[in-house]
Design a protein around this ligand. Structure first.
Ligand SMILES: [Zn+2]
Length: 318
């Protein structure tokens, strides 16, 4: 809504003597489109775990597995705490807008190893707070570990926030803080948590350092931004379509062994059958069989069944 429209509404309301406050109108005017889809109905079926910080919502999605969701920012990013008998893995650290370390301390007393599904700003925001961080051995990872400001600042524009930023949060100083990679991890590595083992699967494409984690014994596949149940972003310069295609084929081949797919945005659980269907959908786009809709300048969206992909306009031609 334009500000003039807003003033006109306030004026009209006062003329008509309606019991409608300016702040209520302003709130209505500022509710971004994405925010109206919340709360997402899929969460009703999940087991919520109470925590102190209202910036986050936590759901136990499998035994010893907690989805840490940030519903007040448009990424609706989801980090995962995966708890074993001796230690826990935190797969992504979220936006860094509030304090995910405090949340993890409410969920486990065990030592925590951080791994990132990839190093885009919305997945590494609280990395700086943790002592043990395994990183992929790529230049992209090392560059992002130096921190950045522009992407973080774009995340807190008025239309990106739904509800309140945390008390004490200072938008002016909000950046992705640098962090230290304490060890490199590689495709095929196994991380022993004590009674629970996670396998690192390199899935480059969305970024060069994208990984998935496989908990084979429990049939859980954590897919980061390689798959989540919303528009998949494949338009940034670091995205490689050919690598992405190969990665999703590799995941699709695992589908028969998996019970639950856990992605990094919007909704934390999906059926494994999405993985082979994702391959078919992406193939149709690459084969030029899908009509593109204009999105932001230089970007288009392809919709195939219940999948959609945001891609670069020029490279998305067959
Ligand atoms: Zn990403």
């Amino acid at each position: 809504m334009l500000i003039n429209d807003f003033r006109r509404k306030v004026h009209l309301a006062s003329v008509l003597g309606l019991a409608i406050s300016a702040s209520a109108l302003l709130a209505q005017a500022e509710t971004p489109e994405w925010c109206r889809a919340l709360p997402r109905p899929e969460y009703k079926a999940l087991q919520q775990v109470p925590i102190a910080d209202s910036w986050f919502e936590v759901y136990q999605v499998a035994p010893g597995v907690f989805a840490i969701y940030e519903p007040h920012q448009s990424e609706e990013v989801i980090s995962y705490l995966i708890v074993g008998g001796k230690r826990a893995v935190l797969f992504d650290t979220g936006m860094g807008i509030s304090d995910i370390k405090k949340v993890t301390a409410e969920l486990t007393q065990l030592p925590i190893v951080v791994l990132n599904s990839h190093t885009h700003n919305d997945h590494v925001g609280d990395n700086w707070q943790f002592e043990t961080i395994y990183g992929m051995d790529t230049g992209f990872t090392r560059e992002n570990a130096r921190g950045s400001r522009a992407d973080a600042q774009a995340e807190i524009a008025a239309d990106q926030i739904c509800g309140q930023l945390p008390k004490g949060f200072d938008p002016k100083t909000y950046v992705t803080k640098p962090w230290k990679i304490t060890a490199y991890t590689h495709d095929g590595d196994r991380i022993d948590l004590g009674g629970r083992s996670l396998e690192v699967i390199a899935t480059p494409g969305h970024t060069p350092d994208a990984i998935c984690l496989l908990d084979r014994a429990n049939g859980l596949l954590f897919t980061g931004d390689t798959y989540y149940p919303a528009t998949i972003w494949l338009y940034r310069p670091e995205t490689d379509f050919q690598a992405y295609d190969a990665s999703i084929r590799r995941l699709a081949a695992l589908a028969p062994q998996i019970k639950t797919v856990l992605g990094a945005h919007n909704i934390p659980v999906a059926q494994p059958s999405v993985l082979p269907r994702l391959v078919v959908a992406f193939e149709a786009v690459r084969a030029g069989k899908v009509h593109a809709t204009a999105a932001a300048p230089g970007q288009v969206i392809y919709k195939v069944d219940d999948f959609s992909f945001r891609m670069r306009a020029k490279e998305s031609k067959p």
